[in-house]
Write a protein that binds this ligand. Structure first.
Ligand code: SAH
Length: 219
């Protein structure tokens, strides 16, 4: 490996990551565990080398296959909402993309499962994640509409692509007290929280967001 995670210099250094976290605080992120996880994960290792110097900017970046890595604020916000100050045992991510979100999640949850429909993108995520040697993360190739029944139920499910409606299987795979965070909508999307309470499912609409679409089938 020519670029070890701890060897980042200049625009990819720990100081750059610290500045990103300071900005996230200013933008209202309060969850210290999420902030610490994002301080630790070298985001520049998940984008193309040509984009590495922009990895800590407050923007989404292309990761190939017409997909994007979400902007840091969006990642932080989704994880903060999903966690809600609880300790998370099992978590499902739908839309592995470059693997960044999964790497952050693995630092805040006991066991993380992440599903991606585009096989070559999943391979890229594996390659990005390998040097980080994360022991509590499993990647799977499949259509996230189905969730991951064999690993359910989950304390939290985070969906990194927008759906017209909340997929039923994902709601069904929530543990009691579990929280599903998903962008819902086609042209205009809203980050939506579904909670499984003792009385049933409760839905709350949060911020306006912009995500790539959740697609059907394997790519
Ligand atoms: N968390 C990712 C974000 C990637 S963008 C990251 O940190 O990079 C959203 C991803 O969702 C894309 O990789 C896209 O291929 C994937 N996706 C879209 N529809 C999907 C589906 N039905 N099942 C699984 N993954 C899906």
């Amino acid at each position: 490996m020519s670029l070890a995670p701890e060897r980042g210099i200049g625009m990819t250094s720990q100081r750059t990551r610290d500045r990103m976290v300071a900005r996230l605080r200013e933008q209202g992120v309060r969850d210290e565990l999420v902030l610490e996880a994002m301080r630790a994960v070298p985001r520049h290792l998940f984008v193309d080398e040509a984009l590495a110097s922009r990895a800590y900017e407050d923007s989404a970046l292309p990761i190939g296959f017409e997909q994007t890595i979400s902007r840091p604020l969006t990642v932080a916000r989704m994880l903060e909402v999903a966690r809600d100050g609880r300790s998370l045992d099992r978590v499902l991510e739908v839309g592995t993309g470059c693997g960044y979100g999964a790497a952050v999640l693995a630092r805040i949850a006991g066991a993380v499962f992440s599903v991606e429909r585009i096989a070559p993108l999943l391979e890229r995520a594996r390659a990005n994640l390998r040097p980080l040697r994360i022991g509590n993360l499993r990647l799977a190739h499949g259509d996230g509409h189905r969730g991951l029944p064999e690993a359910a139920p989950f304390d939290a499910i985070v969906v990194a692509a927008a759906a017209p409606q909340v997929p039923r299987a994902l709601q069904e795979q929530l543990a009691r007290g579990g929280r599903l965070v998903i962008p819902v909508g086609v042209d205009s999307q809203e980050l939506t929280l579904i909670e499984r309470t003792a009385g049933g499912l409760r839905e709350t609409r949060l911020d306006a967001v912009r995500f790539v679409p959740l697609r059907s089938g394997k790519g």
